[in-house]
Design a protein around this ligand. Structure first.
Ligand SMILES: C[S@@+](CC[C@H](N)C(=O)[O-])C[C@H]1O[C@@H](n2cnc3c(N)ncnc32)[C@H](O)[C@@H]1O
Length: 289
């Protein structure tokens, strides 16, 4: 079949579910991924005919997109800050907002001349920990997650990217969580979507991404921030910092939580879409009151 006919079938079959530009992106990304052909192949070779074997992965992709499966799970990988990260339904698909969180941390630590210890809590695919380890050669990065399957994927990603991250399976909500290291920085993109926000979320997120990575109860939406703040008070070096991705609707409440816990230099930052999305705070190392 002609490649351009397959493109037309993509638009016909997916037009009711997705925007035209999105279907274009799906089609061209799949063609590049499975066939190694460049994005403008149809301009350069309008009469290109595919064999049955070449067609097969494109039609399989189409069928899975019709079920609203995210393209990244279909391809089994995504890009995070130019690093290739394998993904599967055991891990959240890394988001562009999270790249901004890593950029913020890198700008904070890149001029640090000595070795630093960083911790990523709730590492999922390992994307934050791996990017920090690669972009900050002086950093020794530890990462934890409650999900053993996520840790398996994160370790695979660290090997793929040759990033020497130490992974641990651990529950960040456990009051007994103790790591025998003091950290210069703690980063986390913890679950923060309230149950009440579930219906605003796209089907492909709700149906396919791990709920343990996303949702918190309406009654206690800052439960992870409470636990991270408590842990940070005991495991940050003096003047160490936390860097957190946050729920855009709970910026002020999250900030107040860190004020109440005696953190200083608390900064709220907006993402590329103009929403409150990140917070950093300093622990000066005074004794706990
Ligand atoms: C929003 S995802 C973030 C994943 C990844 N860091 C990223 O930014 O793409 C939250 C992660 O926290 C993990 N998690 C959920 N509850 C946890 C807990 N009690 N202790 C440790 N990790 C937990 C989930 O398994 C998930 O991988």
């Amino acid at each position: 079949m002609l490649l351009k006919e397959i493109k037309n079938i993509f638009h016909k079959e997916l037009g009711a579910l997705y925007q035209k530009e999105e279907v274009d992106t799906f089609f061209h990304t799949a063609v590049t991924h499975f066939l190694g052909l460049e994005r403008f192949v149809l301009v350069l070779r309008p009469g290109l005919v595919l064999t049955k074997e070449e067609e097969y992965p494109l039609f399989e992709t189409l069928a899975r997109l019709q079920k609203e499966e995210p393209l990244q799970y279909i391809l089994g990988e995504t890009e995070f800050m130019d690093f290739t990260i394998t993904v599967n339904p055991d891990v959240l698909i890394p988001r562009p907002e999270t790249e901004e969180l890593v950029e913020w941390m890198v700008s904070q630590y890149e001029k640090e001349p000595s070795k630093i210890q960083l911790l990523d809590m709730g590492t999922g695919s390992g994307c934050i920990a791996i990017a920090l380890s690669k972009l900050l050669p002086n950093a020794m990065v530890t990462a934890l997650d409650i999900s053993s399957k996520a840790i398996t994927t994160a370790k695979k990603n660290a090997n793929l990217n040759e990033a020497p991250v130490v992974f641990k399976e651990a529950d960040m909500l456990s009051p007994d969580l103790d790591l025998d290291t003091k950290f210069d920085g703690i980063v986390s993109n913890p679950p923060y979507v309230r149950e009440q926000e579930k219906r605003q979320m796209a089907n492909n997120v709700n149906k396919y991404e791990p709920h343990q990575a996303l949702f918190v109860t309406d009654g206690n939406p800052l439960v992870f921030y409470e636990a991270i703040a408590h842990f940070a008070q005991n495991h940050l070096k003096p003047n160490g910092n936390v860097f957190l991705e946050i729920n855009q609707y709970l910026g002020e409440q999250t900030k107040q939580l860190f004020v109440d816990k005696n953190f200083t230099q608390i900064e709220l930052k907006k993402d590329i879409f103009g929403n409150d999305r990140m917070l950093s705070a300093r622990w000066e190392g005074e004794s706990l009151v």
